[in-house]
Design a protein around this ligand. Structure first.
Ligand code: UD1
Ligand code: UDP
Length: 503
């Protein structure tokens, strides 16, 4: 894979941002109508507040909150494609099945971007993009650089939100939304509160749930917390399971999922980063304030709920030990916006020489930093999956991981959160060239860049009643080899869409 850009400007995020597609009004998009006037004439949905208000802020009020569709206006037994006008005429609103795609956090948006682009390209389905905004700033950062505009923005984040509080808000909002706007399928991604609560809402409304990144398991309900529980609960409700790896499929089978309803696709994050890297999105200079003085960079991220408190303190102290022991390193830590994380990290690392705390980086800047780093210390799921594409050894700051594929191939070590263990393992890799090289050279075991095409193909097959979701020869085998049956698939939609955004 080439790291060189293809003639795009060096500041790719700004480049994309300045060329975003014009924002369409929520009325017309949420109804799938071509003309906003139609929406107004039918008075099916109205924005909460003055028309255009929400759009101007880049975010609409929940469309359904002031909707004047009553439940009785749906054709009984319809799949949601038929609505009545105010005059009582039955309208065929959509000729294609409607798939909702729901996301709330940074990693969900990154991993769903290539799926959205691929589904748009295949044009088999109409999409309804729903943001819960479980994350506000960190989600918008991702949506902005990809030029993705949700059709509905529920705007649910509150400061230092609780698991129960957010779950209630997502469940209630999604339930109301699905009442107003039934779907033929709802795609959820991963193991966040958004994914879990949206899956429950869909299940209650008998909307089939398609789960992307299904089947990851640690076997320990409290690690990671609450994600292990969330993904098991989503699996129990899902109709379609898109497992990233053969191991994830095995987990699903063990849990009793129907083999025909599982497709092994690879992880969609590999689709995203492959295309972006080829387009030079990982060629950015270092973030401001970090001297480019030849010192080796250690990239650190840590935000997991189960690590708050003592474990995160241990991680921070280990980092301070490392910069003291190795004069030739700098540690760069883009700190998550969760106040529980910021408090501890700020208190322990703010004034340490050669430790650089930054705000969350946009995805292009983050990939650029990852590419330039020597070693990665992380508890992030996504970063564990991305680092092997850049040949970067990873020390996993967790007791256990649901993504063991890299560790099984010797590309990462699960070091946990003991200060001593982190310092020992990192010191070994920073001092011993052979140990470092052994962990830094292999294919990415999490995907081959074609996951989104497999997902789009599976959805089309499912819609036409064909099972299994994918014939075995089209599945991701876990080797990263090209599969001639789908040459270049999975990247095309993403590439096309980036062209469109950049045009
Ligand atoms: C969530 C996910 C976690 C995922 C992580 C990705 C759950 C239970 N947790 O954890 O699985 O790994 O996202 O980053 O779904 N905040 C902001 N602005 C933002 C984002 C967060 O201010 O853009 C602050 C808010 O105070 C918010 C808090 O962080 O209340 C916690 O956000 P939340 O989504 O509940 O949990 P995360 O720790 O981000
Ligand atoms: N990421 C980013 N900016 C940052 C830190 C991470 O864009 O400052 C990206 C990273 O490349 C990965 C994703 O965010 O794709 C991981 O998100 P996070 O660690 O918040 O969640 P997790 O993957 O652990 O659920």
């Amino acid at each position: 894979m080439s790291w060189r850009g293809r003639g795009l400007e060096p500041h790719l995020p700004e480049y994309f941002r300045s060329r975003q597609t014009p924002r369409r009004t929520r009325c017309s998009r949420s109804l799938g109508l071509e003309q906003e006037e139609n929406a107004q004439k039918l008075s099916l949905l109205t924005l909460d507040g003055k028309a255009g208000d929400g759009v101007a802020r880049g975010r609409a009020q929940p469309v359904y909150s002031n909707a004047n569709i009553s439940r009785s206006q749906y054709k009984p037994g319809s799949t949601g494609r038929h609505l009545c006008s105010t005059e009582g005429t039955l309208l065929d609103m959509h000729s294609r099945p409607v798939i909702g795609v729901v996301f709330g956090t940074r990693p969900e948006a990154i991993k769903l971007a290539p799926v959205i682009f691929e589904l748009r390209r295949s044009a088999n389905f109409e999409l309804l993009l729903i943001s819960t905004a479980q994350h506000r700033q960190m989600l918008d950062q991702v949506l902005d650089i990809f030029g993705i505009m949700p059709d509905l923005d529920l705007d649910l984040m509150t400061r230092n939100q609780t698991l129960g509080g957010l779950t209630c808000r997502v469940l209630q909002s999604m339930d109301e939304l699905l009442q107003q706007r039934p779907l033929d399928c709802l795609i959820v991604q991963g193991d966040t509160t958004t994914a879990f609560a949206a899956a429950v809402a869909a299940f209650y409304r008998k909307v089939p749930v398609a789960h992307i990144e299904a089947g990851l398991r640690t076997g320990d309900l409290l690690n990671p917390y609450p994600e292990e529980a969330n993904r098991k609960l989503v699996s129990a409700l899902a109709r379609l399971h898109f497992a990233p790896t053969p191991l994830a499929r095995a987990n699903l089978l063990e849990a009793g999922a129907d083999a025909g309803q599982i497709a092994v696709t690879g992880n969609t994050v590999v689709d995203a980063l492959q295309v972006l890297v080829e387009r030079g999105a990982a060629d950015h200079p270092l973030p401001p304030g970090i001297p480019n003085d030849g010192r080796r960079l250690v990239l650190l991220t840590s935000h997991r709920r189960e690590s708050w408190g003592e474990d995160l303190e241990n991680i921070c102290r280990a980092v301070a030990d490392l910069v003291a022991a190795f004069e030739d390193i700098r540690v760069v830590y883009p700190v998550h916006m969760n106040p529980n994380v910021r408090r501890t990290v700020g208190a322990l690392l703010e004034d340490i020489d050669r430790v650089h705390l930054t705000a969350p980086l946009d995805y292009f800047q983050f990939l650029s930093l990852l590419r330039r780093s020597h070693l990665v210390l992380t508890d992030s799921g996504g970063v564990q999956e991305e680092a092997p594409s850049f040949g970067k050894p990873v020390l996993v700051l967790r007791k256990v991981t649901e993504r063991p594929e890299a560790a099984l191939r010797g590309l990462s070590v699960i070091v946990g959160t003991s200060r001593e263990r982190i310092v020992n393992e990192a010191s070994r890799l920073l001092s011993c060239e052979a140990a470092f090289r052994a962990m830094s050279n292999a294919e990415n075991p999490y995907g081959d860049g074609r996951a989104s095409a497999r997902i789009a193909e599976s959805l089309a097959r499912w819609w036409h009643g064909e099972l299994p979701l994918l014939p075995p020869e089209l599945e991701f085998a876990g080797t990263g080899e090209l599969e001639p049956a789908m040459p270049n698939a999975g990247r095309a939609g993403f590439s096309d869409e980036l062209e469109r955004v950049a045009a």
